[in-house]
Design a protein around this ligand. Sequence first.
Ligand SMILES: Nc1nc2c(c(=O)[nH]1)N[C@H]1C(S)=C(S)[C@@H](COP(=O)(O)OP(=O)(O)OC[C@H]3O[C@@H](n4cnc5c(=O)[nH]c(N)nc54)[C@H](O)[C@@H]3O)O[C@H]1N2
Ligand SMILES: Nc1nc2c(c(=O)[nH]1)N[C@H]1C(S)=C(S)[C@@H](COP(=O)(O)OP(=O)(O)OC[C@H]3O[C@@H](n4cnc5c(=O)[nH]c(N)nc54)[C@H](O)[C@@H]3O)O[C@H]1N2
Ligand SMILES: [Mo]
Length: 770
Amino acid sequence: MNDESKIQPYSGPAGGWGSVRSVESILTKEGRLVSGNAILLKQNKPDGYACVSCAWAKPANPHPFEYCENGAKATAWELTTKRVTPEFFAEHTVSDLRTWTDHDLEEAGRLTHPMRFDAGSDTYVPVSWEDAFHEIGQELKSFDPREVVFYTSGRASLETSYMWALFARLYGTNNLPDSSNMCHESTSVALPKSIGVPVGTVILDDFEKTDCILFFGQNVGTSSPRMLHPLQDASKRGVPIITFNPIKERGLERFTNPQAPTEMLTGSETRISSQYHQVKIGGDIAALMGMAKSLIEADDRAREAGGKPILDHAFIAEHTHGFEEFAQAARQASWPDLERRSGLPQEALEAAATVYSQANAAMGIYGMGLTQHKAGVENVQMLVNLLLLRGNIGKPGAGICPVRGHSNVQGQRTVGISEKPELVPLDKLKEQYSFEPPRWKGLSTVETCEAIINGDVKAFVALGGNFVRAVPETAAMEEAWPRLRLSVQISTKLNRNHLIPGEISYILPCLGRIEIDEQETGPQAVSVEDSTACIHGSKGIAKPASSDLLSEPRIVAEIAKATLPVNDNVPWDEWVADYARVRDAIEETYPEDFRGFNERMWQPGGFHRPIAARERRWKTETGKANFTTPKSLEADLGIAEQDANILKLMTLRSNDQFNTTVYGYYDRFRGVRGTRMVLFMNRNDIARLNLAEGDLVTLTTAVDDGVMRQVNGLRVTPYDIPEGCCGAYYPECNPLIPVWHHADESKVPAAKSIPIRITLMQEKQPEAAE
Ligand SMILES: Nc1nc2c(c(=O)[nH]1)N[C@H]1C(S)=C(S)[C@@H](COP(=O)(O)OP(=O)(O)OC[C@H]3O[C@@H](n4cnc5c(=O)[nH]c(N)nc54)[C@H](O)[C@@H]3O)O[C@H]1N2
Ligand SMILES: Nc1nc2c(c(=O)[nH]1)N[C@H]1C(S)=C(S)[C@@H](COP(=O)(O)OP(=O)(O)OC[C@H]3O[C@@H](n4cnc5c(=O)[nH]c(N)nc54)[C@H](O)[C@@H]3O)O[C@H]1N2
Ligand SMILES: [Mo]
């Protein structure tokens, strides 16, 4: 911990002057105060570039400053004037760099040159692109395609992602895990079963028409700050916003728009949540069931008395399946059980249900607080159940709204990055490119981890991301990684995964999306799909960080050419010369979604893919929207139930990070400055466990599988969090997550409910690796 570390409650709103100061300070730190401001004016504009931070929707009529604090940070981080050059690598051995923090590694600057690991000198040494592609191609030719994994982090464009997935299939594998396997895969499994589409049904316009917003486990002020604008507008119209979150997140409480001069000068704030329910970690199924019970029983009573029904019976009869079974389960659930599991009193759940029942159109918004649990899939389905009760899918102002993470994570799935062959139009690809695509199921992220640990994977090629740091079971993963024959990382910044080399390891540095991408036919544009299934064009506008960088499409094409036999049906070079040709190919594969792709991507506000459930067309097995009766009321069955000394740990993001990218050490909204090694705890738990504020503790995973998982040196920090629950930052706490601790069905690591024991740190133990 740093001497200047300080933890004190933050009294300001989300946004406001704190956010302006934070943007200025990072632009200054990255050497970009003057040019950076001009570049930010082009962010999320019809003629500009799509922000590289989150996936929230970009409006057709943007504000003059259509960016937020975190988008500005992401931009400054990519455009930094600092560089990681071959000289940098010559000066630092890999073993030395392994002791650096995540922050210091990325803060060293942009990667400038392709590098190859040299075990003899324990350094990365420069290599020509030509040699790199040649050796990678030769190596890839030598494996069984089942032993090779092609990972994607959710930032790569639609064009790159399409080429990448096609390359993997031409090579012969469906091993295409991506970051969404750790994120909204629970959504992608839950929603098709419930409503027949894998994505949300809400679009930006719905925010203007809604009269109730339910908000579950998403930290809008940090993770998708631009969504605060439509939320603020809704709140000003008097729309109730009902939030369920174990902790009081500032962005969900109140907001000052940093881009509205009067608000800034007068210090006026808008309340965001009208009801705030501090549900227990994993208590959402019970909370939602409580609301459903309240509605269903009120409806039973109303109908018996000949009054106005509460539920939308016409919708339920015409459009849904499974209502009776679900309604029976709700009636049978007992209030004491619901209260105990949700941690919320019956009155609170009834109050939420009453407000919901008065709305003509309600939407359910959610994030990792629902998806990253053992019952992550059922969590999502429970929220759908509640919406279905009152016909809140497929009408204006209503719907389900998963808030995606990375800026193109949803789009990657749309264009074929998936380990699940049934989600990809393989017959179409077969016809378009004259090859026999593999039909077997590929490895997801968790399965990739298992296969790397047990030695079944020989090569790992990553299109972005920081796999080894983002996944569970860090210790075993870091131990197993060097046994890989080949590890290739296509990256913009140095990160921990580069420092755990395989036998042969490459770092291939690429252009970022904000940079000008000049190819044979001129500067190229790319496209991304946001959380509302809306597709936008994006043009780079900044000078590349180094003249040695290649674009992602070029790198993918060169690896493909070096690996695959010649196939005249796949025009890699033409695609690289003109990305519009890749978009033509995408349109050919997915004609319904991408009609008129090249023209429509420049429409202000982008264009929407059709979403059947928005029109109440249900592409499910029953042909209807399905109520799902949960197997249990507990989202983390079996965890911490019997032993009061076991707490449930949720791993959190700070306002000063983007996933494993740590911009700095100031989580302003939670009042934590100068350190990330904190453990947020309820005061009663602190006392009960004989701890004191400021104590340094060790966390040990409380499972009985013969593996010791520990993180040392967290500082006990009293926080407004329910008893039995605690929180700490990701990725520092990833060593605590067993690889098998994941959502049933979707296999999303259960990063929000890790059972842990807390002990005072023994003096001699080493500090936690950061
Ligand atoms: N600044 C910034 N922006 C980001 C990211 C980032 O790291 N930094 N990451 C991006 C990515 S990839 C993603 S996926 C998204 C993630 O964005 P979010 O979905 O907001 O994810 P988290 O911040 O991990 O957790 C969300 C919230 O879940 C709550 N929570 C935890 N457990 C429970 C529970 O059991 N029930 C309920 N109801 N709530 C719970 C936590 O208190 C927290 O407020 O953000 C994206 N945007
Ligand atoms: N405990 C815990 N673990 C979690 C989570 C959690 O909430 N708790 N959240 C999970 C979630 S939701 C996600 S999405 C994953 C994130 O997992 P990843 O997506 O794998 O990780 P990131 O930290 O986003 O990746 C950062 C790296 O991406 C590279 N990069 C940045 N921009 C570009 C670019 O334009 N092109 C290329 N090629 N590379 C680029 C940089 O080198 C940078 O170091 O982590 C998951 N892990
Ligand atoms: Mo994510």
